[in-house]
Design a binder for this molecule. Structure first.
Ligand code: AMP
Length: 116
């Protein structure tokens, strides 16, 4: 289990607003939302610091993070309007928590991105 902030959220050592959970995945609201909807999807049992550390054996788990985000978007009624998923990897992307996580952003038109 990862010894990061998100590991502590998984272990319920610090509070979070959990919006989805299954056997492998936990999803909770980002504490500093960058959009009206900002939810983080994380693996519960595998300590993967960054996307660059993931192995082919973890492809299914990473895919399930995406599908969990898509299912959440449908269940909350904003799938048709659209949304963005983002996974930051290391310093140049601004990654701050080294427990791999997928950001789901939605609820308003999102600005363009990718420029330094
Ligand atoms: P990243 O910058 O991609 O590593 O994303 C880490 C995210 O975790 C940021 O968007 C933070 O706002 C968020 N975050 C940090 N601490 C917490 C917390 N205690 N509960 C929920 N989200 C958090």
């Amino acid at each position: 289990m990862s010894d990061t902030l998100f590991g502590r959220i998984i272990r319920r050592e610090i509070p979070a607003t959990i919006v989805y959970e299954d056997e492998d995945i936990l999803a909770f609201k980002d504490i500093a939302p960058q959009a009206p909807v900002h939810v983080l999807f994380i693996p519960k049992h595998e300590a993967i610091p960054t996307l660059d550390d993931a192995t082919p054996a973890q492809a299914g788990l990473l895919g399930r993070l995406m599908l969990a985000a898509a299912a959440y978007a449908r269940s909350e009624g904003f799938a048709e309007d659209g949304y963005r998923v983002v996974m930051n990897c290391r310093e140049h992307a601004g990654q701050t928590v080294f427990h791999v996580h997928l950001h789901l952003l939605a609820g308003a038109p999102l600005g363009h991105f990718g420029t330094p």
